[in-house]
Design a protein around this ligand. Sequence first.
Ligand code: ADP
Ligand code: MG
Length: 582
Amino acid sequence: MKEIVRLLHIVRPFHWWMLFAAVLGFATIGSGIGLLMSSAYIIAKAALHPSFQELQLGIAGVRLFGVARGVFRYIERLVAHNTTFKILSRLRVWFYESVEPLTPARLLQYKSGDLLQRITGDIDTLENLYARVIAPPLTAAMISSLLWILMGSFSITFSITLLCFHAAAAVGIPLLSSYLNRGTASKISAMQTGLQTRTLDCIQGISDLMLFNRLDDHIRKLHQLKHQELKLQRKQALIQRSHESLTGLLMNGAVIALLWVLTPEVSAGNINGVYTAVVIIAVMASFEAFLPLPDAAQHLEANTTAGKRLFEIVDVQPAITVPEQPEQFPENHTICFDSVTFTYPETYSPALSNISFSINEGEKIAFIGPSGAGKSTITSLLLRFWDPSEGTISIGGKKLEHFDPETVRQNIGIVNQTTYLFGETIRNNLLLAKPDAGDEELKQALTFAGLETFTGKLDQWAGQHGMNLSGGERQRMAIARMLLQDAPVIVLDEATANLDTITEKSVMQSILKFCGQDQAKTLLIITHRLRNMELFDRIFVLENGCIVEHGSHHELLKNKGLYASMWSLQHQPLFPDLITGS
Ligand code: ADP
Ligand code: MG
């Protein structure tokens, strides 16, 4: 319930629209009741052969309510849909705004299928929040009040009798239905998440599943999940459909009870017999307002579950905080790590321990070290995906946490080992880095990145996740993007790992040419492969989260430390014994 209150708070700007739509719903059902009452009046009165004059009131009522019902229904649908879409768009924007600061650090713990289900399925469930959860009880309350007043004008006993039946329809049946269907909505939601996650896994890993002959198992599991979901939905539907019969039963009960109370009054001449039909018909029609209430109880559970799942993500604390008044990115791009220690959440040993270094503007630096040494963690900290646990990072003498993360990422271009390409054309994938770039600029960047062959294929589809391109081509696309972004600081994290030696060398030369010359860009290369090391001003060697050596390539070779041993390992045959045959 707490979730519903929070959700209502989010959609508070539309509360007048909601109220207006509920009043229109009341007017529609009210007109329906009025129409039936007028008709009943005419029929009952006509049996007494009155003059035409005496029927005038009933005829006017039929005309008025008949037209009003259609008009109100139309306006109510219009307003209710409009309100629902307003609420939906508010919820989508709210969720996106809440999730954006959590990327990428905090969302790593969620499976992509689960996230997708929350972003699409759970938000779609909340689409019903107004139309099926909030509106029906409001309309039912208004219709009930109208009927009690109407009945009360005849006799207080009528009013109380009707109140009992209305209460049973409004509270008893929804409670019974909730009891019978308890937990079904959340089970269906969990089932859908499982299906979503498995389907996504199946699509993304289809080639591996086929290679290991596991596709059938995977599809069988999907069928099982779908079957279980359908079973639950069938149960839910069965209970839901029985509501209508139960409400109908209560309606008939109310009619019999009221006839029982009414008959002695009519016999005693206290009430005009013509009104018997009018009252009974009004009571029957009033139950229309109660039909959606048991469903509202079901939707309440589904909406609470969806709200809970969304708040679970929204309430996560972002890994970093955005300053209220962020600093301008400085002209001077000297990067300084001062005694930086960083431990990933829920891990015990630090990924970086007491790291200190300074990189001057325009320097070409390499960070090398074995896998897991903490090289990529340096990039993540520099891009403000995380803030250090201890120590400070500064750019141009200003602390990194005083900048807006977006400013930092605009000024630090990065190419990772894994590149995400969208299922779009080559052009659109490049325009991501510079939306206003012309074709000539795009072609120049492609040529620079060693993708001359793509210059004539800007409109070619890159495939789902860029699967129509080879690993090396995808990485060069990322380099072309980085060139287009034209940031003053460039970080390449294992960016040339998927390239063959010749292409790697030519791409590296292009990048160095791009970074050097008049532009004096700072270049940080992170790698575990010691190639072209002589091209760098300084090399930092990392091991177990610590800088164990630093210096130029020749200095480090002379030191005969970790760098020298990595170098000789990588530049000698893996199995010399096999080659010499000894
Ligand atoms: P490198 O890039 O040098 O191969 P990383 O910087 O990626 O190494 O990782 C350093 C250490 O931090 C590793 O032990 C790795 O397992 C751990 N690590 C990296 N990313 C995460 C993460 N998101 N959560 C927890 N531990 C992580
Ligand atoms: Mg790495």
